[in-house]
Design a protein around this ligand. Structure first.
Ligand code: F6P
Length: 349
């Protein structure tokens, strides 16, 4: 193997730059030139007017500079064209034309599917799990997850301080798409009283009853941590009728949100106020924690070593606290073990 490529794909995750740095260091060690591919798989589709928009020869001094920066220097994107076999051929041909003999893909499950397709077209690929969501069950941790959780924990701690000062409950929404891991770990780490996740069905009335119990016990600053995907596991509730009959304007068909939910809790619990905060994209744009950076460092090196040794079609993860690799297929088929025990611990009050 001579020249290799690296790309970041899907939502950016803290630690992606650190992983690219490790890939570059390892490639330099083996004497392999490294090409950075811009905006995920899009950089392989030859749609740009200038090749420099799509590809960049990666210099070691550049990547050493970016290692601990948030975001991704290579840019990232989701690439819908990759669903189409014809575009995948274009991508494989671009790699061949550039004499790129192997590819490191840093991204989530969609990105791994893309890597698997390229492997089938004869392009050796290795995946590094880069997503804040922690929604890849084959690994104990994805790159960026620890940083995202730390952002949320800091946010909830600050919110609990002001909530206590004002004697008012607070709804805090965190990311995670269809996975509740960020929310659950945040709730556990902050002693939050209620957590709502996409994995467990819940009802508005039950949450209000639990919040009321907290308030009756004198805990007027209870925190409800909600995963952004928790609305999909909510039992049907007529928000439109409820809010309008309680003096809050709401239009028919409007989706529930953290803000609406806080309004409902305020009215169901007779509080003067229930505030809400959406932590949002600050979860993605933070400097990676030491844990994420260390994982990125090891994973980047291992990815290049595997390609160098002629091993392909694998993804890297963490098992029993140690970095390991497994086939993309096995990784994508792994079943998630949901921590129901932790969920119950948070919600048992
Ligand atoms: O997958 C990472 C993630 O941040 C999810 O938690 C979130 O649902 C999604 O990306 C947001 O994506 P976008 O950047 O397209 O708004």
């Amino acid at each position: 193997m001579n020249k290799i490529g690296v790309l970041t794909s899907g939502g950016d995750a803290p630690g992606m730059n650190a992983a690219v740095m490790a890939v570059a260091r390892s490639a330099a060690m083996y004497g392999m030139p490294l090409v950075g591919i811009k905006r995920g798989y899009n950089g392989l589709l030859r749609k740009s007017t200038s090749v420099y928009d799509d590809l960049e020869e990666m210099r070691l001094d550049t990547v050493l500079d970016i290692a601990d920066r948030p975001g991704t220097y290579l840019r990232t994107a989701r690439c819908m064209e990759f669903m189409d076999p014809a575009w995948r051929e274009v991508a494989a041909n671009t790699l061949r034309a550039m004499d790129i003999d192997g590819l490191v893909v840093i991204g989530g499950d969609g990105s791994f599917h893309g890597a698997e397709y390229l492997c089938k077209l004869g392009i050796p690929c290795i995946g590094i799990p880069g997503t804040i969501d922690n929604d890849l069950p084959y690994t104990e941790m994805t790159l960026g997850y620890d940083t995202a959780v730390n952002v949320c924990v800091n946010a909830v701690r600050a919110i609990r301080a002001t909530s206590r000062s004002h004697d008012r409950p607070h709804v805090v929404e965190v990311m995670g798409r269809h996975c509740g891991d960020i929310a659950l770990t945040t709730a556990v780490s902050t002693g939050s009283e209620i957590v709502l996740l996409p994995e467990v069905e819940w009802s508005v009335e039950d949450v209000a009853a639990r919040l009321n119990r907290q308030i009756a016990k004198g805990n007027t600053r209870a925190t409800i941590v909600v995963a952004e995907g928790c609305w999909e596991s909510m039992e049907p509730f007529d928000m439109y009728t409820f809010l309008n009959s309680h003096g809050k304007k709401c239009y028919e068909g409007e989706p529930i949100s953290a803000e609406r939910f806080a309004s409902i809790m305020k009215r169901m619990c007779g509080m003067v106020e229930v505030r809400h905060t959406v932590v949002g994209y600050t979860q993605r744009g933070e400097i990676p924690t030491a844990k994420d950076s260390a994982f990125a460092f090891e994973a980047g090196h291992l990815a290049v070593r595997l390609l160098h040794d002629g091993i392909s079609n694998q993804v890297i993860g963490i098992k029993n606290g140690k970095v390991f690799y497994t086939s993309i297929d096995t990784a994508l088929q792994a079943k998630r073990e949901f921590r129901r025990d932790l969920y119950d611990l948070v919600n048992n009050m």
